[in-house]
Design a binder for this molecule. Structure first.
Ligand code: NAI
Length: 411
């Protein structure tokens, strides 16, 4: 594609999602008027696709200078990257399918702007700031973290006294994880799997590794598509929840024998490994929609395979003792590496939270450590979203408030 065509295609994608992100649009308009980010430099490492571009634009329109790169080499869309590079005050370094060296070089380039605010999805920038670029830490006002795994890491750093900057846990806003992780991953993981394989889900046995917010969404949509769903867990409460939601629950060692399609959503390593590959059925399909590319142990699978070949775009077939095991998108997030990521309406809320939290960092002096998203921001996002959907809800009447708050009239 020529540069002109790339930019045109990126612009079209961004325009489409922007028109489906009403909450972010309202925030963008207020940013344009009030310029709350004037003079701030924002470094970002997020999946570079159209919804992220809409966030980047809102931040730049709010007065910031923004530099962005990807947080996963396979999720970058080059047309979106090209379109972003035509905007004022925005520089995008992300490139699809770049090698590991290029990936980390791009992170360095983003940090070369000497940011005062960071936005991460998986804590790559923050990790770099705490290892090779510590000279930049004194200039950092704070960062935002988009995903569960990033927040686990940052909390571990905080516990060890190693976190030297404030970070807002955007993932933990209710208007983020209840919707993005559940309904977003639930839909987009299946979108990625279905468009990549062009196979039927109905009638298949689908094994979901992990019944957290992502796993619940992926399992719910698998059931809706007519699959027989098996869940694996390590947490007894979540395992019970899965059972009572109507799914079968068993160990992965057992489930590995039955699955036609496997989807990992744990944030943990080696959910699928040698002992599971050994007992899988011929033709099993493996996809990860959890964390980076560590949930499926591809090193072990490669070592066991007599041959590996591409059988379709984004599908590699591993021949293991005559059985074919198909891995989607090299075990990277299937919804992003083999799809367009979450639906725009869901990212509307996630990125509204990001934009408001960046403003919150710019306007408040936060202590080092992991901070929750202020409850009023979370509620504001929910209220705007309901309004954009044309939904009105009731308000407590004074006597109802009195009843709820009182203790004398308990019966
Ligand atoms: P969560 O913490 O709610 O759920 C993870 C679940 O996995 C927990 O119930 C945990 O008990 C279970 N688990 C951990 N180790 C396990 C093991 N060995 N076997 C079986 N189950 C195990 O986390 P959430 O929000 O569901 O996120 C999961 C992962 O997905 C994270 O890495 C997160 O960063 C990522 N994520 C991916 C998205 C995407 O676009 N694909 C979107 C949002 C989050």
């Amino acid at each position: 594609m020529s540069d002109k065509d790339l930019i045109e295609s990126g612009d079209m994608k961004i325009g489409w999602v922007r028109s489906h992100m009403p909450v972010l649009s309202i925030i963008r308009e207020s940013f344009e008027r009030e310029q709350p980010l004037k003079g701030h430099k924002i470094a970002m490492a997020l999946h570079v696709e159209a919804k992220t571009a809409a966030l980047v634009e809102a931040l730049a329109i709010g007065g910031a200078e923004v530099a962005i790169t990807g947080c996963n080499p396979l999720s970058t869309q080059d047309d979106v990257s090209a379109a972003l590079n035509t905007r004022d005050n925005i520089k995008c370094y992300a490139k699809y399918d770049c090698c590991s060296d290029e990936y980390y070089e791009a992170i360095d380039k983003v940090l070369d702007m000497k940011p005062d605010i960071t936005i991460d999805d998986g804590a790559d920038l923050i990790f770099k700031l705490h290892t090779e670029r510590t000279d930049l830490l004194p200039g950092i006002l704070g960062g935002c973290e988009e995903t569960t795994t990033g927040i686990h890491r940052l909390k571990a750093m905080e516990k060890d006294g190693a976190l030297k900057m404030p970070v807002v846990a955007v993932n933990d806003a209710m208007t983020k994880f209840l919707f993005d992780n559940r309904y977003g991953t639930g839909q987009s993981a299946w979108d990625g799997i279905m468009r990549t394989t062009n196979l039927l889900v109905a009638g298949k046995t689908v094994v979901i590794g992990g019944y957290g917010w992502c796993g619940k969404g992926v399992a719910m949509r698998a059931s809706g598509l007519g699959a027989d769903v098996i869940v694996t867990e390590i947490d007894p409460i979540r395992a019970l929840e899965a059972r009572m939601d109507g799914h079968r629950v068993m160990s992965m060692a057992e489930a590995a024998k039955y699955g036609d399609i496997f989807v990992t959503t744990t944030g943990n390593v080696d959910i699928l490994s040698k002992k599971h590959f050994e007992v899988m059925k011929d033709g099993a399909i493996l996809a990860n929609s959890g964390h980076f590319n560590v949930e499926i142990n591809l090193e072990e699978l490669t070592a066991m395979a007599s041959s590996v070949r591409a059988v379709r775009k984004n599908i590699k077939e591993y021949n293991v003792a005559g059985k074919r095991i198909n891995v989607l998108a090299d075990g990277r997030l299937v919804n992003l590496a083999a799809g367009d990521g979450h639906p725009a309406e869901v990212m509307d809320m996630s990125f509204a939270n990001q934009a408001l939290c960046v403003k919150y960092i710019a306007e408040n002096k936060l202590e080092n450590g992991v901070h929750p998203v202020p409850h009023d921001l979370d509620m504001y996002v929910a209220e705007l979203k309901l309004k954009s959907m044309g939904i009105e809800i009731d308000e407590l009447e004074p006597h109802q408030t009195e009843y709820m708050e009182g203790w004398e009239c308990g019966t």
